[in-house]
Ligand binder design. Structure first.
Ligand SMILES: NC(=O)c1ccc[n+]([C@@H]2O[C@H](COP(=O)([O-])OP(=O)(O)OC[C@H]3O[C@@H](n4cnc5c(N)ncnc54)[C@H](OP(=O)(O)O)[C@@H]3O)[C@@H](O)[C@H]2O)c1
Length: 241
């Protein structure tokens, strides 16, 4: 009997490392959306399961006794489906959801619920920095004609999906000074981001120091489930199985 760890986050990597160290039998799974992902300490499968049916087949074939879901706070489809399926099967399920970033004094955040509202919130003529990633980029087509810079980790294979946009290849820095230097050099007026939480706060602290507005896209609703915020709490749950 084995534990399935749905990974794809820093928390997932930490949990995999601790499980391997403690000799807890498990499989990790990543969606395979980034090229050359950092290796995990557990045997790892890469790519979608092929929908709910494929997921259940995997659980049965591998004798999975529990699922720990450490996917990203905006990966709502995999979390919603897994929580529901595990509840129906009686398979123990734990969602590891890191705390969101909290607004601090001096932060100029505009809170929106989705990409359409984010587009509406951006003033005409503004230079926009999209920290929302490649996967949802096409949804920002309403910004066509404005200067839009989208930061991506992997070199893009497709041209920018709308006029006025450009890619910036690089990882976010956790250091506000590095992010501030970058945002200043680019002449950014507005940042659009998800409230991912975790170490990527550097851009938000940089925005505050530069007086740059941040359009903050709210987290998607998540299913009712047993939930913790940290790898340590997740490991306690796994040990108690
Ligand atoms: N959304 C973000 O902003 C974001 C940011 C950083 C990292 N990520 C990571 O990237 C992955 C994809 O994100 P998303 O927003 O596209 O997710 P999603 O919309 O919730 O899931 C889309 C599909 O991707 C597959 N999938 C997702 N996570 C998987 C995993 N750990 N192992 C195997 N298959 C997985 C599933 O395919 P099947 O139906 O074929 O099983 C799922 O139906 C997630 O694992 C997430 O943790 C997402």
């Amino acid at each position: 009997m084995s534990v399935l760890l749905l990974a794809g986050t820093t928390e997932g990597r930490h949990i995999a490392a601790a499980m391997a160290e403690e000799g807890i039998k498990g499989h990790a799974s990543i969606a395979g959306v980034t090229e050359d992902p950092a290796p995990l300490a557990l045997p790892t499968r890469v790519g979608g399961f092929g929908g709910a049916e494929g997921f259940e087949t995997f659980l049965n074939d591998q004798g999975i006794r529990a699922v720990v879901d450490a996917t990203h706070p905006y990966a709502a489809r995999i979390t919603g489906r897994t929580a529901k399926l595990c509840a129906a099967r009686g398979t123990p399920y734990l969602h590891v959801l890191r705390h969101p970033w909290a607004q601090e004094s001096g932060d100029e955040w505009v809170h929106v619920d989705n990409v359409d509202e984010a587009v509406e919130a951006i003033p005409h003529g503004a230079c926009v920095f999209l920290a929302t990633g490649r996967q949802t980029l096409a949804e920002f087509a309403g910004l066509a004609g404005r200067r839009v810079i989208c930061r991506v980790i992997d070199p893009p294979r497709e041209p920018f999906p709308f006029d006025g946009g450009e890619y910036l290849i690089g990882r976010p820095s956790r250091h506000a000074e590095d992010e501030a230097a970058l945002l200043s050099a680019l002449g950014v007026d507005v940042i659009v981001t998800k409230n991912s939480g975790g170490p990527g706060r550097g851009k938000l602290d940089a925005a505050r120091s530069l007086g740059i507005a941040v359009v903050m896209i709210a987290r998607p609703p998540m299913p009712e489930a047993e939930r913790v915020a940290t790898p340590e709490e997740a490991l306690n749950w796994i040990r108690a199985l």
